[in-house]
Write a protein that binds this ligand. Structure first.
Ligand code: M6R
Length: 364
């Protein structure tokens, strides 16, 4: 049941903290505070590159995974949506890593992409929530997200669980490839283990998120912006808004704005930006200043450290706890998904069963 929540989406949003914790528990040894992956039938240290593929939200999780695998483990990564990957013919060196991400484990395009990678002699590792699924059966290794059943068609908690697994995979790969020292691993693990309690604090921001929702619900089009690992968070926010509120939303890498989308900006197109503190903060702030100068209404997600700087600039600022820069996309996803939910409530849509959508897409 819904445990007293109005919708499964609301219930599942509130499960983020628990789900992150349970997923990490499987992959982190509490005694040594090191990442422990299941036994792999190949050597992660010697894979030449990773090819990441998935659909929808799982694909956006994969994009964040790419930042981590490249940045932390220095592993070259190619990524594409599965519906494209299955028809590409990428030249792949045998012995590479094929990394699939899927909540259901039944998505037709993801399965087809898996088979294509298998045919090219890649090692298949899948990040799956349903561990008894078709993709699971065809994988060499399954890394489970411990999100429990996700009923709402719009994915929420599966996303942060996928990120938890991908972060651990990047740390383990980095250790094996000599790019993550024992000391750095301890710091990163500490940052991950801090997430469940920080995630619980995000819900304190519900009133400010509702204020944002009131602005967004009156718009016809919304622009989502983010840079670096916040760009996939923006993509996730825009997808979620489209799915549950039927409002048109587009996500752009903040630096791409001046290459086109800035022409859309006026006071009728709210801009939802994810801008956590960190090395890309000032760059994104200057993109927001450009938008502001053109009359754009700024609705900004940041952390307590970034909030001060943004208060003068943005109309509404939602400041969630400041965490390690590496884990910030995990936390920043939560308010962005909450916003979509609040807008759907205002619009009165069928939140858990949006029109035209199915929970798992088992046909091409
Ligand atoms: O079951 P999967 O993770 O493979 O599903 C992938 C997408 O269909 C899914 O994430 C979809 O985009 C959701 N409705 C997003 O909320």
């Amino acid at each position: 049941g819904k445990d007293g929540y109005r919708h499964y989406m609301e219930k599942e949003l509130h499960e983020h903290p628990v789900v992150i914790g349970q997923t990490l528990q499987r992959l982190i040894d509490p005694a040594t505070r090191r990442v422990v992956l299941p036994d792999l039938p190949f050597d992660l240290a010697s894979v030449p590159r990773a090819v990441v593929t998935a659909c929808g939200s799982a694909f956006y999780a994969g994009m964040i995974g790419r930042y981590w695998l490249e940045g932390i483990a220095r592993l070259p990564v190619d990524i594409d949506v599965a519906s494209e990957m299955r028809y590409r013919d990428p030249p792949l060196t045998p012995g590479g890593l094929g990394l699939l991400i899927s909540q259901s484990g039944e998505t037709a395009d993801t399965l087809a992409a898996l088979r294509g990678m298998r045919a090219r002699q890649q090692h298949i590792v899948s990040v799956l929530n349903v561990e008894q699924s078709t993709i699971a059966r065809e994988s060499d290794v399954v890394l489970g997200t411990v999100a429990g059943p996700e009923i709402s068609v719009a994915s929420t908690k599966a996303f942060t669980a996928q990120l938890s697994v991908l972060a651990c995979l990047a740390i383990a790969a980095g250790r094996l490839r000599g790019t993550v020292s024992a000391e750095r691993e301890q710091e990163m693990v500490a940052a991950l283990l801090d997430l469940p309690s920080r995630a619980s604090e995000v819900f304190d921001q519900a009133p400010a998120i509702r204020e944002m929702a009131a602005v967004v619900a009156n718009a016809r089009d919304v622009l989502y912006l983010g840079r670096g690992s916040s760009f996939p968070v923006a993509l996730e926010g825009a997808l979620k808004l489209k799915e549950v509120s039927y409002i048109h939303a587009e996500a752009y890498a903040a630096g791409e704005m001046k290459h086109g989308p800035i022409s859309l900006i006026d006071q009728t197109v709210p801009i939802v930006a994810t801008v956590p503190s960190g090395p890309l903060f000032e760059k994104t702030v200057s993109n927001l200043q450009e938008a502001r100068a053109r009359g754009g209404r700024l609705l900004v997600f940041t952390d307590t450290k970034g909030a001060e700087r943004l208060r003068g600039l943005a109309e509404i600022v939602v400041a969630i706890p400041t965490v390690d820069e590496f884990t910030s996309p995990v936390l920043q996803t939560i308010p962005v998904q909450m916003l979509a939910y609040e807008v759907a409530l205002l619009k009165g849509t069928d939140v858990d069963q949006p029109r035209n959508l199915a929970k798992s897409v088992t046909v091409e």
